[in-house]
Design a protein around this ligand. Structure first.
Ligand SMILES: Cc1cc2nc3c(=O)[nH]c(=O)nc-3n(C[C@H](O)[C@H](O)[C@H](O)COP(=O)(O)OP(=O)(O)OC[C@H]3O[C@@H](n4cnc5c(N)ncnc54)[C@H](O)[C@@H]3O)c2cc1C
Length: 295
């Protein structure tokens, strides 16, 4: 199924994001966690495309693997980084041949140490161009794009960033998946602004369960995500206790997701970071039936 069909057929779409591990130990751990994650019955599992295009083949490998039982749906992330237009087309055709029908179309980040993105000669500069290319090359694909409730870190203003989002949707995106955030009011205000601009595709909040405070601090600093002071001090007070951090993170995510669901979001995209415990606990807490619970 492609993204449009998924959102048409389900009233609440849960998706889970993983990344291709860099080691054989990571592969083994993901294999195990993927079983638990898919038992939570997500509508689809998405797999990231490594920084600098470093996981070109492994992204497709994991997407093929997700779909190998013929019942699960995958979405492959794809960025413009380091590829010419022809190379991007080549990869899209490979994805199509591998049976992938959904692509998260992204520009990608500048290489480490650089603050601005530079496309390669003959390459693309922005995600909206990639959406256009997908629509030309594989029009039947489902296309997701990134949205930033708290503004993309390079954008001069939220308004300019929203105009970019509007452009990506006008080029043919089927759904928007947001950057992680912890303050729901920022998402609701972003959603109102999307509505005002006539962005009518599903805008799906991205939630990252906090399982490790130090790691989440690094991630939020990188993406410019607002981290509430009250949550930070709660986590700081248990900074040497991994299981207490996990419990606080899970509780926060359950409350965040409950409020989002009550406010009518079309689904939730979970940044699982290749772990399964937190997502499983959150989905159980939200009483979204998992395969394990329905046996
Ligand atoms: C859900 C999600 C999944 C992600 N998955 C991955 C992944 O798998 N791999 C990876 O490397 N990264 C991933 N990222 C990170 C993403 O690549 C970065 O945030 C990147 O810096 C921007 O990508 P984008 O697609 O949003 O870019 P764009 O939409 O192109 O926007 C990038 C910046 O340029 C501005 N802009 C765009 N078009 C124009 C224009 N025409 N004129 C002026 N300004 C413009 C925007 O406002 C924004 O500031 C993901 C992000 C999200 C939210």
């Amino acid at each position: 199924m492609n993204l449009s069909e998924i959102f048409r057929s389900q009233s609440f779409v849960v998706s889970i994001e993983i990344f291709p591990p860099k080691s054989s130990e990571g592969d083994v751990a993901l294999e195990k966690n993927l079983c638990t994650l898919t038992a939570c019955n997500p509508a689809f599992v998405s797999c990231t495309y490594g920084a600098g295009g470093s996981t070109r083949d492994r992204t497709l490998h994991w997407c093929r693997h997700i779909q190998s039982d013929g019942k699960r749906t995958a979405m492959a992330h794809f960025t413009c980084v380091g590829s010419t237009r022809d190379e991007l087309v080549q990869w899209l055709l490979e994805a199509k041949q591998a049976g992938i029908h959904n692509i998260m179309a992204l520009r990608g980040d500048p290489p480490a140490g650089e603050t601005s993105f530079r496309s390669v000669e003959g390459g693309l500069s922005n995600a909206n161009q990639l959406v256009e290319l997908i629509r030309e090359t594989c029009p039947e694909f489902g296309v997701g794009v990134a949205g930033y409730p708290e503004k993309h870190i390079e954008a001069p203003s939220l308004e300019a960033d929203l105009q970019n989002l509007q452009r990506k949707v006008a080029c043919g995106a089927d759904a928007v998946f947001t950057q992680l955030f912890f303050v729901n009011d920022n998402f609701f205000s972003f959603r109102d602004k999307c509505d005002a601009l006539g962005i009518s595709v599903p805008v799906v909040p991205g939630i990252m369960p906090i399982t490790d405070f130090a790691r989440i601090k690094r991630i939020t600093a990188m993406c410019g995500t607002v981290f509430p002071e009250s949550l930070a001090s709660k986590l700081e007070s248990v900074k040497d206790d991994a299981s207490a951090q996990f419990e606080i993170g899970v509780e926060h995510a359950i409350r965040q997701c409950e409020q989002l669901r009550n406010e009518g979001v079309p689904g939730i995209h979970f940044y699982a970071l290749n772990k399964s415990d937190a997502c499983q606990r959150i989905l159980t807490g939200l009483q979204i039936p998992t395969a394990a619970a329905s046996i």
